[in-house]
Structures are given as C-alpha cells and as structure tokens.
Ligand binder design. Structure first.
Ligand code: 5AD
Ligand code: SF4
Length: 479
C-alpha cells in the first residue's frame, strides 16, 4: 500500500511555546456527498485508552461519524472503520495498544476495505509512530490529537485513493468549536474548558502530545453547560490537564473560579472538575468551591512526590510545605472535603529517604482515594535522560509499601461512611454484579446497592452498610 504523509510529529516543534495567538474555529460540520453515500450501512468501532481527555475526544469522533451516517458496533469484527484512540502517559498503556493493533491483522486480511485507524497521544511521539507504521502494515490511517476535526476527510482520502494516510502535526494547537458529540452517558457529561499543558513536568509526555494551554471562550463553555442542564444532565465535570490555569491565556478577565461559579449558578445538580495543579490553585477557587452546595466537595490534587528535591527535579513548582499548606486551607474552608491524588514512585535516583517523605505526605494528608504509578521513562522528556540507579525490584517494593499506606486512609474514610446516609447519583446496573445498582457519592466513592434499574440518572439516598475499602455496599433509603 502506498503511503501519503501529510505531516509527521516533531518533538522540538512540540516543545515550542512561543507566544502565539490561539485560532478559534467555529465549524459547521458539512459532510461530503461521497462520505454520506459511503457511510450508508457501514459500521464503526472505537476503543479508547487513557484519560478523560481521550474519552471526550472519543465522544467527538463518534459525533462526527454518526453525523456522516455511520453506525456504532460493539465488536471490531463487525466494523468497517476501527479507531484505536491511544494513551502515551506510561509504557503499559502503550503495550496494551500494541496487543490490540496486532489482533486486528487477521480482520484486515479478511476485509480488504477495512479502515484501521490509530490516533491519540501515542502517535504524537516520532519514535513510536515509526515503530507502529513499520510493525503494523495493516494500519491505514494515523492522525494526531490536533487533527480530529478532519476525520471524515481522512477517511474519504483513504477509501478513494487506497493509500495509507499519516496526518500527525506537532503544533501548539487551536480551538475547534461546534464539533458534534455523541456523549457516552446520558446523565454525566465531560466539558473541556482548557486544552493542552504548559507545565512540562520533567517526566510527562502530555505537553508534547497535546500542545499548549489554550482555554475555550467563557461564553462557549457556558453555552455547552447550559444545554446540558436544559437536557436534564445531572453532573458536569469540567476538564483540562490543569483546569486551574483556565483563562490565563485569554484576555477575558475571567479565571477558573469565575468559570466554576458561573457554571454552578446554571443549576447543574453536581459540578466536578479535574485535574488540578497545586501551583495554580488559588484561595479564590477554594472559596467558590466552599460556597456552592452543587460543587462537589472532592478535589483531585496530584502531589506526585512528598520530597522537595524530587518535586524540584520533577518541575512541579511547589514544595511539600506549600502543598500541605494548600491542603490545610482547603480542609479548613471546605468541611467534609474528600481529597484524591496521583503519586509516582521510583522517579530517577529516588532514594529510600526521599521515598519515605512521600509516605509521610500520605500520612499527613489522609487521602480518600489515590492513583499510584511506577515511573515510566517517556522518550523525549528531560527525566528520560536522567541516570537512574534504582533497580526495578526496589521500585516495585516501594510501590507496594505506598499502596498499603494509602489503603489505611482510604479504608478509614470508607469506614467513617458506614451507617450514614449519602446522596448517590445512580449510574445504572453494576458492571460487576447485575443484581446491584452502582453510583457515586458526592465525595466520589463508588456504592453498590439493590434497586430498580429505572433509577439510573437519579440522585437517591443510600445508607452505607459496609465498606469494601475501594467501594461501599449500601441500601436504598425510602423517603
Ligand atoms: N511515569 C509514571 N507516571 C506518570 N504520570 C505522568 N507521566 C508519568 C510517567 N512518565 C502520572 C502522573 C499524572 C498521571 C495522569 O499520570 O501521576 O498525574
Ligand atoms: Fe503532565 Fe505536569 Fe501537565 Fe499534568 S501538569 S499533564 S503531569 S506536564
């Protein structure tokens, strides 16, 4: 198969953060006659790995494909277009993708016109892209995080010309408004407020794969949120790699606290936001969270490490004291606040003492939930060039120690909930037990309880009867 390369990624360009105005594009989503005709009776499948940004991108791709007339299927074997939406944040996320793409080879050999597409953060890395192209000749389309709006044009090109198409441009990035979305959930919605990241934490590939920080216009976000409220949505999560930086790149005189307040006033029953960076978290934001009952008292505040030297090497811009002071202020001003975090173990050359500072941080904060990771070198990031003399077995041992320490506060926070009644937004039937419903408390704890499936999308009162540490068992309270 011939290859048509429109663009390929370049990490030096990706790193570039010169002051460049963001272009805002307002799209009207016209579909070509060719695609309209082609899509008739054709099916698509999407698999998404990684963070909420990817999940939201999946919703946009579904929206674009549905608008063209394609129909979603649950299994790859029934699809005419397969899209694998990838994650690059750690090596194990990439390994899963290699397995998945490998498995599609057989399908492609049986169905010559099958379009196998790969997109997302993985292909924004030049080495990975080259490896993927070489290893998997059955891939027909590769596009990056900045190219999603062109999806239909690429599919048309691949089908018409029967060539393989590569379109992954490293750029600071624009903002596209008006793209359709096919949301995965009828009650809970993700709303992007800021794209990209300027923090360049030394271990992280995201600023290279997703471009610079660029906020959406305030009014565009409010309009999207208002539509969700009008359509009966119960929960909105405002999304960004660093939501607290919202507005800094705009000239609108609005920051994240203003946005949060305006969305809260729209009357959505539950408002959440993720992810927060401690460096950009202001007292004004804490005050707004404390003031509005519909802003959930749950903050995901990645700490990454509890040691000052490691935090400095990570480029996190705060030290352990500043992080603790921020947590203290949050807990003081927001009664009943639940905190969660991300922690990386085994950053290059992390000593036992430095690791123990992380354990100390975990004891201090008493997190309600946490995500823990073993450091994974990302080619092209500064940390990947650091010498690392810590054996993997030591990192694994520390990882287990950290998980055990975290479990104490997670378990205590779940135990404290037993015998009390909480509001739970019902998701629907539990994924693990179809006799049970599942949903989340305001503090983001997963609860399983017996009840009728028709309660999906409602906020109900549930009495917690048992803690299973990472989830809870409850029973419906009849009012
Ligand atoms: N290795 C391990 N964990 C990482 N994360 C980001 N980059 C890496 C890496 N190279 C973690 C951070 C971040 C979360 C989304 O993923 O903890 O907050
Ligand atoms: Fe990565 Fe740091 Fe940006 Fe988070 S804040 S996406 S960890 S660079």
């Amino acid at each position: 198969m011939k290859t048509n390369v429109i663009s390929k990624p370049n990490l030096i360009v990706a790193k570039n953060r010169q002051k460049e105005v963001t272009n805002f594009h307002y799209l009207d989503n016209t579909v070509s006659d060719f695609i309209k005709e082609y899509a008739k009776g054709k099916f698509y499948f999407i698999r998404t790995y990684g963070c909420q940004a990817n999940v939201r991108d999946e919703e946009t791709m579904k929206g674009i494909l549905e608008l063209a007339g394609f129909t979603l299927v649950d299994e790859e074997k029934d699809a005419d277009i397969i899209i694998i939406n990838t994650c690059a944040v750690r090596e194990n996320a990439e390994d899963k993708v290699y397995g998945e793409i490998g498995n599609l080879k057989g399908l492609k050999s049986k169905k010559k016109d099958l379009v196998v597409a790969i997109c997302g953060c993985m292909v924004e890395q030049p080495e990975i892209l080259n490896k993927v192209l070489e290893k998997f000749p059955h891939i027909s389309l590769v596009f990056g995080t900045h190219e999603i709006q062109n999806l239909l044009g690429y599919i048309e090109e691949v089908i018409r010309t029967k060539t393989r198409l590569i379109a992954v441009e490293s750029k600071q990035g624009d903002v596209y408004e008006g793209l359709p979305a096919c949301r995965n959930n009828k009650h809970k919605a993700f709303v992007n407020i800021i794209y990209g990241c300027n923090k360049f934490c030394t271990y992280c590939i995201v600023p290279y794969t997703r471009g610079k920080e660029r906020s959406r216009h305030f009014d565009d976000i409010i309009k999207e949120c208002k539509d969700l409220v009008d359509n009966g949505y119960k929960e909105i999560t405002l999304l960004g790699q660093n939501v607290n930086a919202y507005g800094k790149d705009l000239d609108e005189g609005k920051d994240f606290s203003d946005l949060l307040e305006s969305v809260a006033k729209l009357g959505i029953p539950r408002l959440r936001f993720t992810t927060s960076h401690p460096w950009d978290f202001s007292s004004k934001m804490i005050d707004v969270i404390a003031k509005y009952p519909n802003i959930m008292k749950f903050i995901h505040l990645p700490v990454q490490s509890g040691n000052d030297e490691i935090l400095k090497l990570m480029g996190r811009r705060y030290n352990s004291k500043q992080y603790k002071d921020l947590v203290d202020e949050m807990k003081k001003k927001i009664p009943g606040l639940a905190l969660s975090t991300d922690i990386i173990v085994g950053f290059p050359n992390e000593s036992e003492e430095q690791f123990l500072d992380t354990i100390e941080m975990v004891k201090y904060v008493q997190y309600d939930s946490a995500f823990t990771f073993i450091y994974s070198p990302r080619f092209g990031t500064p940390a990947a060039n650091m010498k690392d003399d810590v054996p993997y077995e030591v990192k694994s041992k520390r990882f287990i120690q950290l998980v055990n320490e975290l479990e104490k506060s997670v378990s205590a926070s779940s135990e404290r909930m037993v015998d009390k009644i909480y509001d739970v937004l019902v998701d629907g039937l539990s994924k693990t037990d179809s006799n049970m419903l599942s949903g989340y408390t305001e503090s983001n704890k997963l609860v399983h309880f017996k009840g009728d499936e028709t309660l999906a999308g409602q906020i109900v009162k549930v009495k917690i009867i048992k803690s299973k540490t990472y989830s809870l068992i409850g029973e419906l309270v009849n009012e």
